[in-house]
Design a protein around this ligand. Structure first.
Ligand code: ADP
Length: 592
């Protein structure tokens, strides 16, 4: 509720009220003035009429009187009519006078009312009486007495008594006017107060629209049928529409935020002063900053790389899109392709940067290059040997009974090596493709696959006098392609035989873990692997001892195939090894 003093403080209220007051006072004032004047005139007219009537009556009485009786008659008539009575003869001499000493009175022939009456008319005058010293209303008419044919009979009343009567009437009119004015003022005050209150209510509702909650919960109890009512309805409609638009915008911006937040690309928006106006999680991760900035912090607090800051500056000054590849936080070792473009929102300049993590792409590119280099290197050696021995044979060694057969055998073993490399490469490439597309998998019994692999490595084991022991069938099953698992086990067991101790033992055991995994160990008691080589032995073409591996017919691709197979099966492969003690490779695959 608005208090009285608040209402009075309202400029609009004061203006309307002041105007109403001025209007009322002017209207009542002028009505009062006109009525007073009109009533005054009417009152004077009435007094005048009465005097004229009395004149006519007294003129009749005068006819019968002698001049000596005039004085006495006049006094009686004065008492009756309560009016000053004067009788003046044609020469202007006063014959009778009721309110003054007759003898001392001057000639009255020149008095306007008397001179009019002497000419036969009714003379009327309002004048200050020099005889009595007060204002009088005089009315005179010609008359006659028994002795004089032409006299003037004059009646007069003091204006003071008329004014007195008038004053009373004026007083009444004034009181009525004041009462009327007061009532009008009260009505104007009440009306203005009501009007101001309605306008105030609309005003505060409109103000509340400007705040964030858009007059949520605010009520506008204005239901008038006039312009204010229509205005209030328009405001209510506007508030509804605004709320709808704001809700829509909230949903829209929420959706946009969610999209930006879930994007794998880092997104950063900055203003002209390089202050962060928006950034998503991916950007924070890329910049290595754990917490989202509170407010528009300078971008340098998030990403310090001068190249990145320079790139943003370049976009801001040139107004053009800039693309570059650079690391954002050099410590992380990750590199990004950055696409930055100018951003202009609401007349404010800024820049938007989108960061695409290309670390993996670059790594793959490197791997691909290394691979091509490795392959050509791997192929070069056997090819050179084949060519060299073939040329030697052609150059005459063919006839040399002692060496020709030996040379041909070398050529054959290198050709076998090339074939091995080619078939292993084929397997690697197949496995790489399979990783992408899920092929139909079936349940595979681990024990039977181990037995099959054993048959493949048996002869090689026999050559090195190695005993291969396989554990009992415990019915374990994994899901995948049988021949792939066999390939992996053959590679592991073949390595164990190759690098195992001559006359030693290779053990193959399988078990199920609590985590639902089937683990197959292939353990030998051979040369072992130096710890510095352990992290790299699953790489393609990586070999600890190249000469030994080649001598044993290895391609350097065996373990990388095992790793691929493990991944295709959804599992892993790991190794434990000690130089001179032996190695244990463990395939860990999800149980079927
Ligand atoms: P390779 O064809 O040379 O055997 P792999 O990829 O199978 O290639 O193995 C890579 C290297 O890992 C081998 O050259 C060897 O040096 C080492 N290695 C693999 N298995 C064993 C093992 N059981 N004992 C010792 N060294 C091993």
């Amino acid at each position: 509720m608005r208090t009285r003093s608040q209402t009075l403080a309202s400029p609009l209220f004061r203006k309307i009220l002041f105007s109403a007051f001025a209007l009322i006072i002017a209207t009542v004032g002028s009505a009062d003035y006109l009525m007073t004047r009109y009533t005054g005139e009417r009152e004077l007219e009435q007094v005048q009429k009465n005097l004229e009537l009395a004149l006519r009556i007294y003129a009749g009485e005068l006819n019968q009187l002698k001049n000596a009786e005039l004085e006495q008659w006049a006094r009686r008539a004065d008492g009756q009519a309560n009016a000053r009575i004067t009788v003046i003869d044609a020469g202007g001499a006063v014959l009778a006078e009721t309110r003054h000493e007759r003898g001392s009175m001057e000639n009255h022939a020149r008095r306007p009312e008397v001179s009019t009456a002497l000419r036969g008319g009714i003379g009327i005058a309002k004048r200050h009486s020099s005889s009595l010293g007060v204002d009088f209303l005089y009315v005179a008419q010609p008359a006659s007495t028994a002795e004089s044919r032409s006299v003037v009979l004059r009646l007069a009343v003091p204006l003071a008594s008329v004014n007195e009567a008038l004053g009373e009437v004026r007083g009444r009119i004034l009181r009525a006017s004041l009462l009327l004015a007061l009532l009008a003022l009260i009505a104007a005050y009440v009306y203005t107060r009501g009007l101001t209150a309605r306008i105030r209510a609309i005003q505060s509702y409109a103000e509340s629209l400007a705040n964030e909650r858009l007059a949520e919960g605010a009520e506008l109890n204005e239901s008038g049928k006039d312009e204010l009512g229509v205005l209030a309805e328009s405001l209510r409609r506007m508030a509804r529409q605004l709320r709808e638009v704001v809700d829509l915008l909230k949903v829209e911006s929420g959706r946009r935020e969610a999209i930006l937040a879930s994007m794998r690309e880092g997104v950063l928006a900055v203003d002209e002063e390089l202050r962060v106006t928006f950034c998503n999680e991916a950007f924070l991760r890329a910049a290595g900053t754990p917490d989202a900035p509170a407010g528009p912090v300078p971008v340098v607090q998030l990403a310090r790389t001068p190249a990145f800051l320079g790139l943003l500056r370049q976009v801001l000054t040139s107004g053009r899109t800039v693309r570059d590849k650079l690391p954002l936080a050099p410590v992380s070792g990750r590199s990004y392709e950055i696409y930055a473009e100018p951003l202009g929102i609401g007349g404010q300049k800024g820049a938007l940067a989108i960061l695409h993590d290309i670390t993996e792409l670059e790594r793959l590119e490197r791997v691909r290059k290394d691979f091509v280099a490795n392959v050509s290197h791997e192929l070069r050696t056997p090819l050179a040997a084949i060519r060299g021995y073939a040329e030697t044979l052609l150059d005459g060694a063919l006839e040399d009974q002692e060496y020709n057969r030996k040379f041909l055998e070398i050529i054959r073993s290198n050709a076998i090596r090339l074939t091995n490399i080619a078939s292993d490469l084929l397997v690697v490439s197949e496995l790489e493709q399979e990783r992408g597309e899920q092929e139909p998998a079936s349940e595979v019994g681990v024990h039977e696959v181990v037995e099959a692999a054993l048959r493949t490595v048996e002869s090689a084991a026999r050559v090195r006098n190695i005993r291969v022991e396989i554990g009992p069938d415990s019915g374990l099953k994994v899901k995948g392609q049988r021949f792939r698992l066999e390939q992996a086990l053959v590679n592991l067991m073949d390595n164990a035989v190759k690098f195992g101790k001559e006359g030693g033992v290779v053990r193959v055991e399988s078990r199920q873990t609590e985590g639902g995994l089937v683990e197959v160990d292939v353990a030998d008691d051979g040369i072992g692997i130096p710890s510095e080589d352990l992290p790299r032995i699953f790489e393609r073409f990586y070999r600890v001892d190249k000469a030994r591996s080649r001598a044993a017919g290895g391609t350097g691709l065996g373990l990388s195939i095992v790793k691929h197979v493990a991944e295709v099966f959804g599992g892993t492969v790991r190794v434990k090894s000690e130089v001179g003690q032996g190695s244990t490779f463990t395939l860990s695959l999800p149980a079927a």
